[in-house]
Write a protein that binds this ligand. Structure first.
Ligand SMILES: *[C@@H]1O[C@H](CO)[C@@H](O)[C@H](O)[C@H]1NC(C)=O
Ligand SMILES: *[C@@H]1O[C@H](CO)[C@@H](O)[C@H](O)[C@H]1NC(C)=O
Ligand SMILES: [Zn+2]
Length: 419
């Protein structure tokens, strides 16, 4: 029998975060053709008008349900539905979709979870608005991440079970996908006209109580980290670290980004092999071509405590959760994409490589958070022939320490409003 001890409560959440090895990072699947904007199984069904209460959003809900039933049958799928008065003057239905995967032995109320969150509704105006970055692409990234850690979770929990390790000091760890409805305002953004789904879910989960003696009192407190993705999929994003209390998590994601880039796994990188020109036939050989400066999606890993932390200024789905004490990591670029809330926030304006890179990064972060090192299937590393053309084999070293200190001045801040 597992007796929760005071000691367990004293171990910081960060203690359990285990970095993935280079070979595990290399084994993470890339979304590939599933993110094709016309035919991709994950992304293309989302690139449609999805206004709450319309047939368009119902089709997208069906897409999510089919995805989980087909590919992730071990995840518990649930809905949190509400009907709410709206700024349009009539009530509309809102459907939050939640998929949860916990250790098979865990009791209700004993699992702390990484929540991967995005909204799936689209803005009613301008007519025909698709919201590819807002937030069709983030939803697809999350589905990809869920699918990519599923088998490793099974392997890890089976190994723990056969080793009799089903009552760890750090508590149980699970993962949850939260796809929110009704994020967008119908008329003008206000506390009442926005975040319909998030407000309903946070209230519902705060009121529900777990069995006595549970580790967590409410479903809301089972969220260890609320990782919210929004407005992702345009080229060259820059996401600040918004919250001091989750800066440790931001740093972990930034470190995963740096390592994925060093391993040449980021397709949007100027140094990705697919972008490299073939070396000239008569080049002297030896000295490899100089690398272009590597950009960063997350440039603030070395931000100082005394810097400005803007968490909470941007109105987004985290607000009702944050107000109830949930820890938030907010992945939203600053400035917002130029297509933000414009008709051209559509599939054609997504940067496919950037969308795939985000999916990979979120997968790596989730795998590290869930301690999946050793359980991700290692795909055989293909040795590339080094032929006469002089293509040097890139040596991938351990790159844990390659995060270069960088000034973290925040400039060019967009208006910190809603989205
Ligand atoms: C919530 O709404 C969805 C979509 O309309 C529906 O399929 C589901 O059965 C509803 N669930 C509950 C618990 O009412
Ligand atoms: C929304 O706000 C704009 C300007 O802030 C105003 O012109 C417009 O009338 C408002 N619309 C509604 C429906 O309140
Ligand atoms: Zn929006």
């Amino acid at each position: 029998m597992h007796i929760p001890t005071l000691l367990a409560a004293l171990i910081p959440a960060t203690a359990a975060y285990t970095k993935l090895s280079d070979s595990s990072l290399k084994s993470l699947p890339s979304p590939g053709s599933d993110f094709d904007i016309k035919t991709g199984a994950l992304l293309s069904p989302l690139l449609t008008v999805r206004v709450p209460g319309t047939p368009g959003i119902a089709a997208v809900q069906a897409h999510f349900v089919t995805f989980f039933q087909t590919h992730l049958p071990s995840w518990k799928l649930s809905f949190q539905n509400s009907t709410q008065p709206t700024a349009l003057g009539r009530p509309l239905p809102f459907v939050n979709i939640v998929a949860t995967r916990d250790p098979p032995w865990a009791k209700q109320g004993d699992v702390g979870r990484l929540a991967l969150v995005a909204h799936y509704d689209s803005k009613i105006d301008p007519p025909g608005f698709i919201g590819a970055t807002d937030s069709a692409a983030p939803c697809a990234m999350i589905l990809h991440a869920a699918r990519s850690v599923d088998a490793a979770l099974t392997r890890k929990w089976e190994a723990m079970k056969s080793a009799g390790q089903t009552g760890s000091l750090e508590g149980e760890k699970g993962v949850q996908i939260i796809l929110l409805d009704g994020e967008e305002a119908f008329l003008n953004w206000s506390d009442e006209d926005s975040l319909y789904g998030a407000r309903a879910l946070a209230a519902s989960w705060e009121q529900a109580t777990n069995p006595a003696m549970s580790t967590f009192r409410t479903p809301l407190s089972e969220i260890s980290l609320f990782l919210l993705l929004d407005l992702l999929g345009s080229r060259n994003p820059s996401v600040p670290s918004y919250f001091k209390t989750t800066h440790w998590a931001y740093q972990n994601m930034a470190s995963a980004e740096t390592r994925l880039r060093a391993l040449k796994l980021f397709k949007s990188s100027p140094n990705h092999p697919s972008r490299k020109k073939a070396p000239a036939k008569n080049s002297k050989g030896g000295a490899p071509a100089r690398e272009a400066r590597e950009p960063k999606f997350l440039p603030e890993a070395n931000k100082k405590d005394t810097a400005t932390w803007l968490g909470g200024l941007i109105q987004d789905d985290h607000i009702p959760f944050m107000a109830k004490g949930v820890e938030v990591l907010h992945m939203i670029p600053d400035p917002f994409p130029t297509v933000w809330h414009r008709i051209d926030d559509d599939g054609a304006h997504l940067d496919g490589a950037t969308v795939e890179d985000w999916a990979l990064l979120v997968t790596a972060f989730a795998a590290e958070w869930l301690d999946l090192e050793g359980y991700l299937a290692a795909k055989p590393v293909m040795k590339r022939e080094v032929g006469g053309e002089g293509e040097a084999e890139v040596v991938m070293g351990g790159t844990e320490t390659d995060a270069r200190p960088e000034p973290v001045e925040v400039q060019g801040r967009s208006e910190l409003s809603n989205f």
